[in-house]
Design a protein around this ligand. Sequence first.
Ligand SMILES: N[C@@H](CCC(=O)N[C@@H](CS)C(=O)NCC(=O)O)C(=O)O
Length: 228
Amino acid sequence: MKHPEYQLISHHLCPYVQRAVIVLQEQEIPFKRRNIDLANKPEWFLKLSPLGKVPLLLVDDDTVLFESAVIAEYLNEVSNGKMLAKDALLKARQRAWVEFASSSIVNIGQIYNAPDDETFNAAYESLGDKWKTLEANLATGKWFGGNDFSLVDAAFAPVFRYFDVIEPLTGIDFFKDVRKVRRWRANLATRPSVRNAVANDYEQRLIGFLANRDSTVGNLARAVAVAA
Ligand SMILES: N[C@@H](CCC(=O)N[C@@H](CS)C(=O)NCC(=O)O)C(=O)O
């Protein structure tokens, strides 16, 4: 299939960027990735990005797409379409679970920004409630909906990846009560498109990012960063 030239404006850690990268790789679509510093956004980026956020997908250097869920759907649609159901109702449900993944990312931010135990515990509870909802809605099979890897899987893989760093830092098992979600997370971690959505230094970079937070998780990350 002949595709336009795609450039994905990205950031090393961004979970929304990872969604798009996973879809590009699943669909074997050639693209270039350009990471930017979000703490010091380039002028050209601010001109292109309506919300000042990554990811952006530049299509043939002249059209800009923003919003990861939209980018992911577009990429799926211009390839074989296999990552979303054909049936309107099933597809609507998949879109809703992609949105659920985005709201889980908000909870994760609350966890790593929590300044004290009370705030941390409240965020931990909220995220735990999300995991229980997922547990109740996971199909039988390797992926969220069963045997087909979908945009829902692409949206959750970057969510779970945070815990590869946050669990060792805090010593907390965030998935202890959700056996099926735990298995799904492990399956996602083996998928080549998921593994290759970040660079080898992802974990180091995430520790560095967390170490800049004035929070409980930030304190733990600083201790690790200093020891390294
Ligand atoms: N709803 C957006 C969220 C994207 C987003 O929040 N990106 C973050 C990085 S992970 C960003 O660019 N933040 C920069 C800022 O808010 O200034 C999407 O799905 O694409």
